[in-house]
Design a protein around this ligand. Structure first.
Ligand code: DQA
Length: 145
């Protein structure tokens, strides 16, 4: 099976972007770790990033044909995007939400997530390790379904 790992705006800047909040690893480092870890569970990874909301919607729509599940860090669109929520609600595959930072420890405007309405669960605050935890959670959901 294939899992889709979708990353939203500004996550291409990881490593350079507020390292005190988001860590020093790059998105390429996270991608490599995800591919390695998912491989242990027999899962192939399609790892994507875009700064454009519509790209994320297109990829999520494509998941129903191609992927067994979705891991998503929608970045700031988490807090604003009904379009991404609607795409996830129609995807008909399990979804796990991830955030590098603990969004509940931060500004009030980061506390609400539209993505959470469509996700089985959410992992936040563990930095890049959250992606690994999300893959484990998703692998279980896929096996159980
Ligand atoms: C983030 C948290 C969001 O509030 C923020 O806009 C991001 C990254 C995280 O991974 O911690 O871009 O999703």
């Amino acid at each position: 099976p294939i899992i889709l790992i979708v990353n939203g705006p500004n996550l291409n800047m990881l490593g350079k972007r507020q390292p005190e909040v988001y860590g020093r690893e790059t998105l390429a480092d996270i991608e490599a770790a995800c591919i390695r870890h998912a491989g242990l569970a027999g899962l192939d990874v399609e790892f994507r990033q875009s700064n454009h909301e519509g790209d994320l919607v297109d990829w999520i729509q494509g998941a129903r044909e191609r992927a067994a599940g979705i891991v998503i860090n929608a970045g700031a669109y988490t807090h604003t995007s009904i379009a991404i929520l609607d795409a996830l609600l129609s995807a008909e595959v399990p979804c796990v939400e991830v955030h590098l930072s603990n969004i509940h420890q931060r500004e009030d405007f980061r506390h609400h997530s539209f993505v959470s309405k469509a996700a089985k669960g959410m992992i936040c605050g563990f930095g890049s390790h959250g992606y690994i935890l999300a893959i484990d959670a998703l692998a279980r959901l896929i096996r159980g379904s």
